[in-house]
Every structure is written in structure tokens, then in C-alpha cells.
Write a protein that binds this ligand. Sequence first.
Ligand SMILES: *Cc1c(COP(=O)(O)O)cnc(C)c1O
Length: 526
Amino acid sequence: MHYKSTRGQATNYTFEQAVLAGLSPDGGLFIPDHIPKAPADFLTKWADLSFQELALEVLSLYIDPSEIPRDDLRQLIDRSYSTFRHPEITPIHKVKNGLYILELFHGPTFAFKDVALQFVGNLFEYFLQRKNKGIANEADRHKITVVGATSGDTGSAAIYGLRNKKDVSVFILFPTGRVSPIQEAQMTTVQDKNVHCISVGGTFDDCQAILKDLFANEDFMSKYNLGAVNSINWARILAQTVYYFYSYFALLRQLKLQPGSKEAQQLRVHYSVPTGNFGDILAGFYATEMGLPTTRLLIATNANDILYRFFVTGVYEKALDVEGNVHATLSPAMDIVVSSNFERLLWYLAREAAVDAQTVPEQDRDRKAGEIVEQWMLDLKKHGRFDAGPKVLAAAKRVFDAANVSDEQTCATIRAYSHPANPASQPAYVMDPHTAVGVTAGERMHPEMDDKTNVVISLSTAHPAKFSEAVELALKEQPGVVFDEFFKTVLPKEFDGLLEAERRVTVIPRAEEALVIEVIARELQQ
Ligand SMILES: *Cc1c(COP(=O)(O)O)cnc(C)c1O
């Protein structure tokens, strides 16, 4: 299996090259040269595998054994998920008939990004160890410097994925005072020597702009061998495909249906996914294309709803608030202006519906799709929008639906499930605001959900304690609820004392590339 770019220029990258580079040199994102099909008998063969065994089967289809031998891949997977607190890694939880929450927050930082970044951290280490085999002289060893910018979740998940990894250093920029207290504490209390947090006087966009400059700075790039772990890294998408398969089989087990049976085939299974950069739900697209019998994938956005609007009009258009900023919502991990991973889906849509099959011969269609994507991205950059046209929109709607959810609706959903009208038939379930966006969208699009014909699996991307401010806002006015007492019942013990623990962080007063370079150079010298 080789990898190519969505802009059509780069082809024939190995998995290792695609993962270590992150972004393709032509500015595109890496995609596999074809989407492999799951084996014909996977519905029976994979049905009872553990999460780790299933991951080995799925990932093997995208990573040749000549690149990573199967036993090595197995070890990488086992090591990556040994840090999870739940034996099933990503369990499903029934909240009512027809509605199942896929809990993705049982990793070290209590959010779904751990599922991918625990694996990516081990992959980086594996590739470096292999390159450095037999190199005793410290100065000759291959090293990688991972630099990332975060508004919260990515930073802590990257740090926990890369902490204490040999020959890897990680620097995370975050905007001073603009990440939640728990998120800041999760990042800055990590004491491993290879982890460096930089608190930047500015906004998240300022941090991202510095990051962009650093990756465009060729001297700096080559001197420090920069690596990226942001959500466009292919390995992150790949690792996330596993829980779509796993949850499908877990659902059939709960419903006591034989995979592949007539009853199972009649069951419509929809996945509702709280979406920002489109990484999580894109993994569902790959799973579907591989053969997983998902009925539809539902894109759930908050007020930053560029994707929702695309699915209404076929126009992809940036929108900002009156002050020219991204809308600040109760689900901040989804506060984005454009969704970076959407480019990957656009390539498949362009290939299917925008390339003229009458005039373009088969062998030229991949390249032609890359050119169309390139033009769309240029338009987006120049004019803030592009129109993909009705054919592309129709192709997108074959697999996806979209819904946007307000903060008020998010709070109402958190309340409704925390205090169900009839606790005997529907036990209380406290969900975080991102999860509530997905559940709200699922209920809106599939009001007829039940256990017989229409099931919604709604992805839960964070533990409620991680976004407790929003949960508190939703629940504080509830009659008879003492929030603090109530919240103690869901608070993980790992958060005890976290806010008071010793911190390691460098503060830079202004958002300037030179100041960041200075910190990185100084820390790496030591
Ligand atoms: C990152 C994140 C999301 C959005 O996922 P994408 O892959 O960017 O669409 C949703 N919820 C939480 C809690 C996250 O951390």
C-alpha cells in the first residue's frame, strides 16, 4: 500500500513517509492509493475480536508487512491501548432503546484523540528506533521535534502520546488563559524531560500562525526535523477506523443478532459524530467504504457549521462572527472556521462526481481529481468559498447527513439525559457538551430510533469532567440538584489534585515566531 496526495502531485509515499511528513509537499493531505476492502467473510471472522485484535486486522490492510512486520504491529497496538482504563477500550453504552453512546474517552487524557495519538506516539518511536539501530553516537541519531498548537484537547493527547519517547521532543503552544483549567493542568503537569509547553500571549489562531511559519521555515525544518501530529496526520485517521467496526459488532452482541444474518441486515445503523476538523467522522467514511454496513454518517456541528451549510447548498464557505472570529461555543474542540480533513473527502467526491468520465480516461482520473481539489482550495483561500456543484453534493449525501446544534440545545440534551423523566426505564447519563451535540443531531435526524430497525450510535468524544463548566451551566438551575455533590459522582480520580500539581511551562509574552524558536533552541540544547 502506498500513499498519494489529495492535490495530485505527490505519489508513491510509503506509510512511514506519509506519517512522518504529516502534510504532502504539494500542500495536500495523504490518502491511500486505494481503499482496501475488508475480507469477504469479515462479518463472521471479525465479529468477536477484541479491540486490539480488530485493530491488527484493520491496520494490516493499510500497512504492508514489509514496512511493519505483523508481530511488530501487534506489539505497537497492544502497547498503545494498554494505557486505557476500560477493558473494551471503546465500549458502547445504551442510554435508551435505539441510542447507544460510543465512549471514546477512556484513554489517558479523557478525550477521543487519545485513541489515535497513543498509537501515533508509539509509531514515531518505532520508526526512530529502527533508523537509529546500531548508532551509538548520540549526535548521529535521528531525532524528531514535534511542534503542535492546541486550543485544548490535541495538546494534552499529543503530550500523553509522546511523553518519555526516545529521540522525540514535543513542544506544544497554547494561548495563555484561553484553554480550560483542566486542559492546561493536564498539559503542564507532565514532568517528562522531552515535553515542553509554551504558553503564548495571543489567541489560538496566533499559535497556529506561528506553527505554519515554522513549518514553512526550511532552515528550521531541516535543523530540527519537525514532525506534525495535528489532525491531518494519516495515522490518526487510520487508528480511528477501528472503533467503527468494533462498535458495530458490540451493538450486534448487545442486541443478540448474528452478524450477517437477515435480522442484522435489516437493522439500519447510523453513526452521529460531533465534528470539528472532520477527522473522527472521516474514519467512519473509510470504514464504510471498506464494507462496514453503516447506513449513514451524521455530521453534527455546533454554531461553527461550515459543513452543515455545505450539505444544504453545495457551497463551502468560511463564516466568522461580527468581530471576525470563530464562534466561541460550549463545545470548544469543535470551534473551527474550516475543517482541514474535509479535503480528503473532497478528493473522493471530485473523483466520483466532478471528473468527467466521458472525456477523462481512467488512468488520468486520480490526477484530474487532484487538480479539481487544488482549484477548490485556491478559491477557498482567495475568496473564502467555493461551489462544488449539485453532482458533488449529491455524491456526498449518499453517505452523509449533517445537522447543526446550538448551545441551548446542547444544554437541554445534557439536562434531559442527566435527569430522565423516568429513571427506572432510562437511567441517568451525564454527557459532555461535544457528546451532547452528537446526541442532539441524532435525535433530530432519526426521531424514530428503536432497537429493531433504526439504531443511532452516537460518538462520545470527551468525559463530562473535562468540560465541567458547560455541564455545570446545563445542570445548575435544576431543582433539587446540588451540582458539586452530583458532579463528584462522575469525577475521575485522576483529576484529584491535578490543578494543584507542579507545573512546567515557558511563558512568552507575545505571539512571535522568533520567541518560539528561541525557546525550542534553548530547551533542545539542554
Ligand atoms: C477534537 C475533538 C472533536 C472534533 O473532532 P474532529 O476529528 O476534529 O472532527 C470533538 N470533540 C472533542 C472533545 C474533541 O477533542
